[in-house]
Design a protein around this ligand. Structure first.
Ligand code: RIB
Ligand code: CA
Length: 330
């Protein structure tokens, strides 16, 4: 029995790896990719999604729906300083590659109405599309089997500010709507979970590069800019919260510790914009989220490594060399 899912994404770096996992794992049945404003320029995110499907040799196999090109209230904030263009500079001729005419929010509403209670959503970018679907149709949360959200921190440090993790910071109003809407939410936070259990250091990156497959080379290229940024801020490797979000939906036994908490997101304060307040029993707030606190980090790494080891035949050749410089040992 496979898991039908939609990935809502601001496709860059680890979002690409999340799509690779969802397209490669036999447990997964990826029904659609919905695009939301986040990491890098919106049109570049679409190119990155095509590049990812191309690396898999699966161009055109999954519908890509274009969603919100800016947050609900605040202006868009870029993470290009972290990810570059999110593709490591890879390019293919994508001028003829289609995206769906149906808006991502309409697709989220339609697909969950066609299969109520069956589809899960892995939201790995700002929550603008998810929030607008909820505002348009209050029955939407009930139709979603499980909503896995990558965002926020578990009463911990942010990454774009001291308090704000990027996805929640970019659209805190959308995050507030989503956590108040009644979804069955699983939260994959930035801190401490991602920093503890989803960082791949140079030794593991070299092991992946040594696989010498198209997916391993693609992984190296899309991650190399983020590696440089991460090491510059004291993170000893590339971060993989988005692909972890797909992995925990498909393989919940990866989770070694989690707790039911009430999560609320700050949208009014400039200082703590996007902060996710995670309240446990003593505060008397009804839990609305399963907050993941720890996963089997080694199993998660080998899960992704084994996926990247599978040989694929990219549909189109790159107009740039594909082997990553980060394949070089430190
Ligand atoms: O803070 C990390 C999150 O922000 C990841 O989803 C990354 O892709 C960016 O969207
Ligand atoms: Ca993302």
């Amino acid at each position: 029995m496979t898991t039908p899912l939609i990935i809502d994404t601001d496709t860059a770096q680890d979002d690409c790896v999340a799509i690779i996992a969802a397209m490669s794992d036999p447990e997964a049945d990826l029904r659609a990719i919905t695009m939301v404003a986040g990491n890098v320029g919106f049109d570049q995110q679409v190119r990155n999604a095509h590049l990812t499907l191309n690396a898999l040799g699966r161009l055109g196999e999954v519908p890509i729906h274009l969603g919100c090109r800016r947050p609900m209230v605040l202006p868009w904030v870029s993470a290009e300083n972290v990810h570059g263009d999110g593709s490591g500079g890879l390019r293919i001729d994508d001028t003829d590659l289609p995206t769906e005419t149906e808006h991502a929010v309409d697709a989220l509403l339609r697909l969950t109405a066609e299969s109520p209670g069956e589809l899960s959503i892995v939201a790995i970018g700002p929550l603008t599309n998810i929030a607008l679907a909820t505002v348009m149709d209050p029955d939407f949360p009930r139709r979603v089997k499980r909503l896995v959200v990558m965002g926020g921190s578990n009463n911990g440090r942010g990454n774009i500010t001291a308090a704000g993790e990027f996805n929640f910071y970019v659209d805190p109003h959308a995050a507030r709507v989503v956590f108040e809407a009644g979804f069955d939410v699983v939260l994959v936070p930035w801190a401490p979970l991602t920093l503890n259990d989803a960082v791949f250091g140079r030794e593991r990156l070299a092991e992946i590069a040594a696989l010498d497959t198209p997916l391993a080379h693609f992984f190296g290229r899309v991650c190399e800019t983020t590696l440089a940024f991460d090491e510059s801020v004291g993170i000893p490797g590339t971060t993989h919260p988005d692909s972890l979000s797909v992995a925990v939906l498909l393989h919940p036994d990866l989770v070694t510790r989690s707790s039911r908490c009430h999560v609320a997101v700050e949208a009014d304060s400039a200082l703590t914009r996007g902060y996710s307040a995670v309240s446990w029993g003593v505060h008397g707030l009804a839990p609305n989220t399963e907050v993941i606190e720890a996963v089997d980090a080694d199993r998660f790494y080998t899960y992704l490594r084994d996926i990247l080891a599978v040989p694929t035949t990219p549909n189109r050749t790159y107009s740039t060399p594909v082997v990553s410089s980060s394949a070089e040992p430190s």
